[in-house]
Design a protein around this ligand. Structure first.
Ligand code: GGG
Length: 366
């Protein structure tokens, strides 16, 4: 008799629509587990959200590392409730702690034009882009760069008030995320890598990143490399998004590009992300790209596809490529207008979050 391996998943819905899309992500994971015989055990945690902060005065319990650090993965929703707690307090008090403590130095964010989702961008000749025509992977450095806690304030509240925040780039930190991106580019048909910096204006750290890209490129002669300044790169994303394959950038620029890229593919509501510790020393974390969206929270109309697709990335990372592919296929089936599936308002429909989750789970079963 063989014993099935059971993967323990820490489930943290977070705030706002995170709590609404999470049940749909879990519903689809459960359907995938049944279809492919995958052992998944979910442990639910109520921290990393405003209600927890209100009760305890902090976003996380003191022993959070022990409580989730032994899990095989973390399935996360969204963080932030700015009406109650400043955004930087909730982010630095939760998600950024996870990324740093678990050394999730790669933030992988795919953006693909899916069937039935219209890109707001038409070509110069007025024709729309076809599904799959935009297909890029943003690789964001996730533990250092502009997201640094080195700095401070002086002379607060006076005329001499002064604030400083340092950008940190280490050779180890830059090289490891570049290596990941180059390997990823090498594994794809186009073998094309774009790197974004702003090395004419930010003249110490950014030229360093560029230099490390050139050094790394020497080991990947089969990968075509383009280096852009971030400002013109955003224009190229809008004008010719199909030109990009793997795009690697620092923490801040990667964050911006990975909101822009799914917006070019129609909606940020379907965009997934994986915060990876590729060496698997610590749990990796999977979450939609979108935040807690207070403007629509509580109405049951959030698009759950970003959460569902993030669950697919999680199964892929755990070794279940077939289950990943089946979930992505089920998403495509539901989005394909030929099938008349439910669509949330961000995609021009009237469906509710749970309708879409149920439809994807059903498509996965059949
Ligand atoms: N699910 C993603 C999320 O909650 N994002 C909130 C946010 O502000 N993230 C900023 C970041 O990823 O650096």
């Amino acid at each position: 008799m063989t014993t099935q391996r059971v993967h323990r998943i820490a489930v943290i819905p977070g705030d706002g629509i995170g709590t609404e899309v999470m049940p749909e992500g879990l519903r689809v994971l459960q359907a995938a587990a049944e279809r492919f015989g995958i052992g998944l055990a979910f442990d639910h945690f109520d921290f990393a959200c405003w209600p927890y902060y209100e009760r305890h005065g902090q976003m996380l319990p003191d022993d959070w590392r022990e409580r989730i650090g032994g899990h095989d993965a973390i399935f996360f929703g969204a963080v932030g409730w700015p009406a109650k707690i400043p955004d930087h307090v909730s982010l630095w008090g939760s998600l950024l702690q996870f990324r740093r403590a678990f050394d999730q130095y790669v933030n992988l964010r795919p953006a693909r034009l899916m069937p039935g989702v219209r890109s707001p961008l038409v070509r110069r000749d007025g024709t729309p882009r076809a599904p799959g025509e935009i297909d890029m992977l943003i690789v964001r450095e996730n533990t250092e760069g502009e997201y640094s806690s080195i700095g401070g304030r002086m002379f607060e509240g006076t005329e001499r008030e002064l604030v400083v925040q340092e950008t940190v780039m280490t050779r180890h930190g830059v090289d490891r995320v570049l290596r990941y991106a180059f390997e990823l580019a090498r594994s794809r048909p186009r073998k094309h890598l774009t790197s974004a910096t702003k090395s004419n204006g930010i003249a110490i750290t950014m030229p360093y990143w560029d230099e490390r890209v050139r050094a790394m490129a020497a080991a990947y002669p089969d990968v075509q490399v383009d280096q852009y300044h971030i400002d013109i790169l955003t224009a190229h994303f809008v004008q010719r998004p199909e030109a990009f394959d793997v795009v690697v950038a620092s923490n801040l620029f990667g964050d911006i590009l990975s909101d822009l890229a799914p917006a070019c593919t129609g909606t940020i509501g379907i965009a997934p992300s994986a915060n990876l510790n590729p060496e698997r020393r610590y749990p990796s974390l999977f979450e939609p790209v979108h935040g807690s969206a207070p403007d629509i929270a509580g109405r049951g109309i959030a698009n759950p596809i970003g959460q569902i697709w993030s669950g697919a990335l999680m199964l892929d990372f755990l070794g279940y490529r077939q289950a990943h592919d089946a979930i992505v296929r089920a998403i495509e089936v539901v989005l394909d207008p030929a099938n008349g599936g439910p669509r949330t308002p961000d995609l021009g429909g009237h469906a509710r979050t749970a309708d879409v989750g149920r439809a994807v789970a059903d498509a996965l079963r059949h």
